[in-house]
Design a protein around this ligand. Sequence first.
Ligand code: NAP
Ligand code: MG
Length: 479
Amino acid sequence: MSFLEYAPAPESRAILSLKPEYGLFIDGDFRPGTGDPFATISPADESHIATIASASEADVDTAVAAARRAFDRTWSKMSGRDRGKYLFRIARLVQERARELAVAESIDNGKPIKESRDVDVPLVAAWFFYYAGWADKLDYAGLGSDPKPLGVAGQVIPWNFPLLMLAWKIAPALAAGNTVVIKPAETTPLSALIFAEILQQADLPPGVVNIVTGAGATGAAIVRHQDVNKVAFTGSTAVGREIAKAVAGTEKRLTLELGGKAANIVFEDAPIDQAIEGIVNGIFFNQGHVCCAGSRLLVQESIHDEVVDRLKDRLSTLRLGDPLDKNTDIGAINSREQLDRIRELSRIGEEEGAERWSADCVIPDNGFWFAPTIFTNVQASHRIARDEIFGPVLSVLTFRTPGEAIEKANNTPYGLSAGVWSDKGSRILAVADRLRAGVVWANTFNRFDPASPFGGYKESGYGREGGRHGLAAYLKGSR
Ligand code: NAP
Ligand code: MG
């Protein structure tokens, strides 16, 4: 039951001037694709947004050729200082068009406007500002003097943070002097296409960034293209494996940012109010469509009941619904396919004997929705404790000693992130040191900063994005 009633506070769509159809962005212009066009829909009500071109292998070839020409003739010849000016310009245009981008992202992806407005889009601008600053300082990146760009970067990104993942890929690549062919996910191409308009506004030389929409086959064509020098991928571990195989034995450099099953460890001395908020933010932010989500709560046995009761109270106050409503906390699940996957894994959780609790919210009639859900009595062997659900579903496990917490946290094929909640700084440092995860948050969760490297251990992938480390993936050093 909700104690506070909220009147709807919808953000207006009027700021968006969408085209009915979008082409491929190649060599500085939009052009039709030769594959079968597809529709992108709003997952909140299944309404049609726009028709999107699909890039065939031949279109990908055209895009790679444009990127190669731009690399040879303009981008790799330009001074770092001048490349930086373009990146600063892009960052400022993202800020200028922030509201429009946030609305587009929320409509196409289903995420709440307060997240696209306050998290995704500001971070996109921050990423471009940050790497703009590096463009003329590559000699000081710790990669030897005068490091060189690799050439054409082929990049494939997922649907959970469409524009932010684009920024993570494009900003370091361009700062380092590479050119780009990038494919957004099939269900969320819209913000990338508005970003293409921003590149035109910024007068970025044609061919430096090419945006090719399409399905998995388009991604595969980029990855396999012979004239691509570097592949950067974010998405599922299954597709990441295929890409690693396709690239093996070639000269291509590869970075992979894959799935996760992060442990969020709460000790009995943790500040409980903050921990509850952190657990909620850790798994229910972005409907749990987050590779570094804190999907396994490891709570010390002595405070288990208190934490679970308080979590249920807190989840009962979350508002699920229209992504464009400024009051919404939980938006729509990105696709029917993803909803089916979440439902299936939750069903298996119950079947294996875990206890399911879902917040009692009103589910809209159309669109794809899943109420925030907690599983208790979860065993480490359960599928819901091992598989990435990629939805608003939290599995709660317990521990008694710090040693047991560490062992359980590391008992996963993944290793992208983790969280530790404790009042004791020495305990946080000691535990963090033994967690096999690329990022460890202490008394917070899901914080991102362009200066901070991000990436996985084990099946969560390899290579780092962000910070000085993120440049290494796009430069040939002379170490
Ligand atoms: P995915 O299939 O790995 O998709 C990621 C990107 O790769 C998309 O652009 C996709 O295109 C493209 N792609 C698909 N098959 C490809 C291939 N053979 N070669 C090259 N590119 C290819 O991920 P998904 O299906 O959207 O999600 C499945 C699961 O992946 C989720 O449940 C979640 O566990 C995980 N995931 C992780 C992250 C993360 O950030 N680590 C993000 C998203 C998903 P299409 O969009 O057209 O399929
Ligand atoms: Mg969509």
